[in-house]
Design a protein around this ligand. Structure first.
Ligand code: SAM
Length: 363
């Protein structure tokens, strides 16, 4: 198999794209599926909730949170109320550049939608048990979260993400009595801690790769685990990804620029191989790592979906890379066209290096 090239050049900073929010029946949504963490751009941040609290509409809201209700925004349907919450005011550990680059492009939601617990996080599925309470951080469209909710039912599951559009889609698409979605930030899980419930399992799949301060995020996730609870992190080492035969040089160039764009924002392109150390440093016990690589070969049922990933990345995230002046629009478009041609005619194999690392919180 041929290796992708390593990125060499480091480059400049970026300005966030502007983003608009519009009011809809009972709540707000973004026009572009943007990140909900920027107070300046959105005014008041959002908090979506499927049911009153933990899927039990008959229970009163916790006192502190009740004080944040904004009655004018309450929707008609009481069991799907959406309210405005102000929990983005404190910890925003990442720089504006990192937050801007981590913002998930709405056009790429189909990548997340096509995932499932069994095919895309099998290691976790083998460890879940009915009755467990689970937090899925950076849940995206909720496709994997829905699988978790089915496995642990009647245990309660909550999925959080900073992207308003993805959370709105998750709420629409996955309606189970034990499943809740919220718009919230991995760096600020205080509101979950204040509920004093504690999670048996906290999960972050393919999320830490997008953070400039993953150790701080781990600390937050550990803080909401019960004593004896387990943290599961699934993530990539992008440098170890392989395609065979060698993809077009235009796509190799795109990939170099893309990885430099991430690295310059403080993101770790090799985070999978640093997770064990990070988790041990945060005091977790029995930290162990399981290979979770994704190998796709021509002829396999999933080949067409999986081999197209780099074209999808260049067609979606690629626009952010161009906007930040890491490559030209023509270079991006040529990479997409050449790669699509290559994947239809030549592509034989794609390998992504992922590790699933788990650790237990002490008493
Ligand atoms: C690559 S997607 C992974 C989605 C899902 N976990 C999966 O495996 O399919 C990364 C997700 O992390 C979310 N994300 C990025 N930064 C975040 C943050 N600071 N807090 C919470 N979610 C974040 C993004 O919006 C996006 O949905």
């Amino acid at each position: 198999m041929e290796a992708f090239h390593r990125p060499e050049q480091e480059n400049s900073d970026a300005q966030p794209n502007s983003c608009h929010i519009s009011r809809t029946l009972g709540g707000y949504r973004t026009h572009s599926g943007q990140d909900c963490s920027s107070r300046q751009r959105f005014g008041t941040p959002l908090f979506y909730h499927e049911q009153a609290v933990w899927g039990r509409p008959e229970e009163p809201l916790p006192r502190r949170r009740a004080s944040h209700w904004k009655p004018s925004l309450l929707p008609v349907a009481f069991d799907r109320r959406i309210w405005v919450e102000d929990h983005y005011s404190k910890a925003m550990t990442d720089s504006p550049t990192a937050r801007h680059r981590a913002a998930f492009p709405s056009e790429a939601a189909s990548i997340l939608r096509a995932r499932s617990l069994q095919t895309d996080y099998s290691h976790l599925s083998q460890s879940l048990k009915p009755g467990q309470r689970v937090l899925d951080v950076g849940c995206g469209t909720g496709a994997v979260t829905a699988g978790i909710a089915k496995m642990v039912s009647p245990g309660e599951v909550i999925g959080i993400d900073t992207n308003v559009g993805l959370i709105a889609e998750a709420l629409q698409s996955h309606r189970f009595p034990n499943l809740t979605f919220q718009c919230a930030n991995i760096y600020e899980l205080e509101h979950l801690k204040e509920l004093h419930i504690g999670f048996d399992v906290v999960v972050a799949a393919r999320v830490l790769q997008w953070l400039a301060h993953p150790a701080d995020a781990l600390e937050q996730m550990i803080s909401v685990l019960k004593p004896g609870g387990t943290l599961f992190i699934l993530d990539y080492n992008h440098i170890k990804a392989r395609l065979s035969p060698t993809p077009p040089t235009t796509m190799l160039h795109f990939r170099e620029r893309y990885l430099a764009w991430r690295k310059d924002a403080g993101m770790d392109n090799e985070i999978a191989d640093h997770l064990v150390e990070l988790m041990q440093k945060k005091g977790l016990a029995d930290v162990n790592s399981t290979e979770h690589h994704e190998l796709t070969r021509r002829g396999e049922t999933d080949f067409d979906r999986r081999i197209g990933l780099w074209a999808d990345v260049a067609s979606t995230r690629g626009h952010q890379v161009v906007a930040d002046a890491y490559l030209s629009e023509q270079e991006r478009q040529t990479a997409v066209d050449d790669f699509r041609d290559w994947m239809h005619n030549d592509a034989a194999e794609q390998y992504f290096y992922l590790l699933s690392v788990m650790g237990t919180k002490g008493p």
